[in-house]
Design a protein around this ligand. Structure first.
Ligand SMILES: [Zn+2]
Length: 251
């Protein structure tokens, strides 16, 4: 986690503690209610907590030393060199594609599929779902289904929410659609472009069974710069392989 993000989380934590202790002095009941609200909010923005449904958070059951490499927000032009690396290294990965980016690059989306990687939904507009109602969420997911269909792609059974943010409506909606929610175990902040070395170094901390999150796009932005991710990938694969890991797709 970059230092700036750590600092932000620390500040929010301090503020929360200050509010909690003030409420405790005024009225313990209010402090309890505040704590419950905070826990519910953390559940909404923390993919590893799932009070109202389940999520795939690891691939531990998939072999002796399995790891999964996953990409969010594509396709983009940077998906192409990433696919080249995966092909050269004979690694299969999982791509959570954004509907609006499939509309921009339908051919690249089809290439991911024909190369034999697993595809998953990632919504249409990359709007965070945690503060959205059931209508918005259903419409966004419908639009992403249309994008997959228009590009001639098979419809996935997996979904990863934008930023991993969710609420009870989103969880209910994907249950209705028989979609499996996917989280991840290790994010390396490649979306913030921290440098190739940083991305490689933190990716190589992966443990057996963990799911690595990388990005071949940048939300719904046009022409994102994912050169660092593309450049880091060969070193990540070689490094993980040297540590005895096997690559599996999510399912
Ligand atoms: Zn995303």
């Amino acid at each position: 986690m970059p230092f700036k993000v750590k600092l932000k989380l620390f500040a929010i934590g301090l503020l929360g503690l200050a509010v909690l202790s003030t409420l405790l002095m005024i009225q313990p009941f209010l402090a309890g209610a505040f704590l419950v609200l905070v826990l519910i909010y953390i559940e909404m923005i923390y993919p590893k907590w799932n009070f109202f449904g389940s999520a795939i958070l690891d691939v531990k059951s998939r072999g002796a030393k399995p790891v999964a490499i996953t990409f969010d927000d594509g396709p983009s032009e940077w998906t192409l060199p990433i696919l080249e690396t995966l092909k050269n290294e004979q690694v299969k990965a999982t791509f959570f594609l954004l509907g609006s980016n499939i509309d921009r690059y339908p051919e690249i989306a089809r290439r991911i599929q024909t190369d034999g990687h697993t595809l998953g939904f990632h919504g249409e507009s990359h709007t965070k779902f945690h503060l959205k109602g059931p209508k918005f969420i259903a419409a966004d997911l419908d639009a992403s289904v249309e994008s997959f269909k228009k590009a001639g792609l098979l419809l996935p059974t997996l979904i990863r929410f934008p930023h991993g943010f969710k609420n009870i409506f989103a969880v209910r909606e994907i249950k209705k659609r028989n979609l499996k929610l996917c989280g991840w175990g290790r994010g390396v902040w490649d979306s913030k472009r921290p440098g190739v070395d940083w991305i490689v170094k933190h990716s190589l901390l992966l443990r057996a069974g963990e799911i690595l999150l990388l990005h071949d796009g940048n939300g719904a932005h046009k022409n994102p710069d994912r050169s660092q991710t593309a450049e880091a990938l060969p070193q990540i694969i070689k490094g993980l392989r040297a540590r005895g890991f096997e690559f599996v797709m999510m399912k």
